[in-house]
Ligand binder design. Structure first.
Ligand code: AMP
Length: 527
């Protein structure tokens, strides 16, 4: 078998790694950089750009530049997350025939997995040019809070890009793996992940090479971009005050300010003050206008302290779920580029009463962990054998009168299998409707609908007599399957449930073929 790659498909940046002699290493992208913006853009001439080139189009070509697609993957158009995203995103979304969200490119609509597959195709091609041979196998990471539909959609994206997914693992678990391989220590760890667009906190227990995720929490609308925006707003407001010019109307200028804001933010992680210099950013009838401002770390911290503070209740909740207190945590692992900000490190240190580990690069740690997981699967890594994860959500089914019966609790270790017996409500009821829900609300209507299916052919019997076993299974990838069996009649009838949204296998295959045609990597005779 050829090389197996580990992929961290991030909201803002992605990273790919592999295992060399038992050690994980990052594969540079075609520009020689360790991480690649998760952005896809289509130019007027129909050219497809991925990564840095695509990111540069974000403001000049906003309608056709797709970023943060990870927020859309596996989501219904009508979900609150998408309704909120509608107002934030400069590109257009619409409802697909199956109720999923779709992205508009001209008059065509693209599914989020299809767009994510273009980022994955690019990463795959980086690995192929690095190794000089085709790469088909991958381990891919997802946020710990991703539900079944989001995990399945991520897998679909990989399949469309021509990758076979050996395992889907949670990002914090991957970080724990990358960290743990070096440390070989036992104890409890908190993985604090503040990336470009999302925040996650996970409590892990590791002992003698066994990883167990105890609890997970997060905020999918909190990340590095919010910090950039604070600087951007500050610059735009002071420019408006000085010149009466609103930069919001000038997309090109805004793009420059946005890039300068992010650069300043990064610099302030290492220096006490930085200068933001944007000559000829605008003009009025009298003269050209420039931005030249100094920003101190202190001012920047005052602008963003509330963002850092928003992570704290999430940590508290995760600890409460794990029935732990901060002083019990032995290792604090930082993930995501935004954790380089000194204020973030200080707040995390103050919360846990211990300094976070800094020996693994926070941008790369997840991809490195995915590469280690690939080594565990193919036997290259032998001292870490078992990986236990948890499901981030409770799952159950609807019962009579909008009731809800929880079958799998939140933070249950996976893989897991639970069976619960149900019965009929009416005499001679021949069929039962199984409505699979996610959540912890005590009424069915308070939870999120995942799938509906029917078990038919139940033998006529008085109400309450038939016994129907409903089985919930969650595999190691965190994907759920629900089945029902009529026990009373002895006749086995098992129904597998699929997420009520997502792409059909035929659609995935069609998209894969389309991608394969576009993403041929040409190799010379020697490799
Ligand atoms: P990730 O998605 O984990 O790669 O995180 C990317 C986020 O980290 C982006 O918002 C970056 O602007 C941010 N970031 C990268 N380097 C730094 C740094 N030195 N200081 C502060 N934020 C950074």
């Amino acid at each position: 078998m050829g090389h197996v790659i580990g992929i961290d498909l991030g909201t803002t940046y992605s990273c790919v790694a592999y295992l060399e002699g038992g050690r994980p290493l990052v594969i540079p992208n075609l520009e020689g950089l360790p991480t690649t913006p998760s952005v896809v853009s289509f130019t007027d001439s129909g050219e497809r750009l991925v990564g840095t080139l695509a990111m540069r189009q974000a403001v000049t070509n906003p309608a056709n530049t797709f970023f943060a697609v990870k927020r859309l993957i596996g989501q219904k158009f009508k979900s609150p997350q998408i309704q909120e995203a509608l107002n934030r995103l400069p590109y257009k979304l619409r409802e697909a025939a199956n109720g999923d969200v779709a992205v508009l490119l001209g008059d065509k609509s693209l599914s989020p997995p299809e767009i994510s597959s273009m980022v994955l195709s690019y990463l795959k091609s980086c690995a192929e040019s690095f190794f000089g041979e085709p790469v088909t196998e991958a381990v891919i990471t997802v946020p710990a809070h991703f539900n079944d539909a989001q995990r399945q959609a991520t897998k679909d994206a990989a399949t469309i890009s021509g990758l076979n997914v050996q395992r889907v693992i949670n990002e914090p678990t991957a970080a724990g793996l990358a960290y743990g391989l070096d440390a070989k220590t036992n104890g409890l760890a908190a993985v604090y992940d503040l990336g470009g667009g999302t925040f996650d906190i996970t409590i892990l227990e590791f002992s003698d090479g066994v990883f167990n995720v105890l609890a997970t929490n997060g905020d999918s609308y909190l990340g590095g971009e919010d910090f950039d925006n604070r600087i951007l707003e500050w610059l735009a407001a002071s420019f408006r005050a000085e010149t009466k010019i609103d930069l919001g109307a000038d997309k090109l200028a805004l793009q420059r300010v946005k890039e300068a804001a992010e650069k300043a933010k990064r610099e302030l992680s290492f220096t006490a003050e930085t200068e933001i210099n944007l000559p000829f950013i605008s003009s009025d009838s009298s003269s050209s206008k420039h931005i030249r401002k100094n920003l101190s770390r202190q001012t920047f911290e005052a602008m963003t302290a509330d963002l850092v503070e928003r992570t704290v209740p999430r940590i508290e909740q995760a600890l409460a779920d794990a029935k732990l207190t901060p002083d019990r945590i032995d290792h604090v692992i930082l993930v995501g580029g935004q954790t380089r900000m000194p204020l973030v490190k200080e707040r995390v240190t103050a919360f846990f009463g211990r300094k976070p580990e800094e020996k693994v690069n926070p941008d790369e740690i997840v991809a490195l962990g995915a590469a280690i997981q690939s080594g565990i699967l193919d036997g290259q890594v032998r001292d870490l054998v078992l990986l236990l994860d948890v499901t981030p959500f409770a799952l159950g089914i609807e019962t009579e009168d909008d009731g809800y019966e929880m079958i799998i609790d939140r933070n249950t270790t996976i893989p897991t299998r639970k069976v619960k017996a149900f019965t009929t409500v009416e005499h001679n009821q021949r069929r039962v409707r199984i409505h699979v829900l996610q959540g912890e609300g005590f009424l069915a209507s308070m939870n999120k609908s995942l799938a509906v299916f029917e078990l038919v052919g139940i033998e006529p019997a008085p109400a309450g007599v038939p016994q129907i076993d409903v089985t919930f299974e969650i595999n190691a990838d965190g994907l759920a399957r629900v089945s029902a069996k009529d026990k009373e009649t002895g006749r086995e009838q098992k129904v597998e449930v699929r997420p009520s949204s997502g792409l059909s296998p035929a659609e995935v295959e069609e998209m894969r073929k389309r991608q394969a045609g576009k993403q041929q990597i040409k190799l010379g005779p020697n490799g």
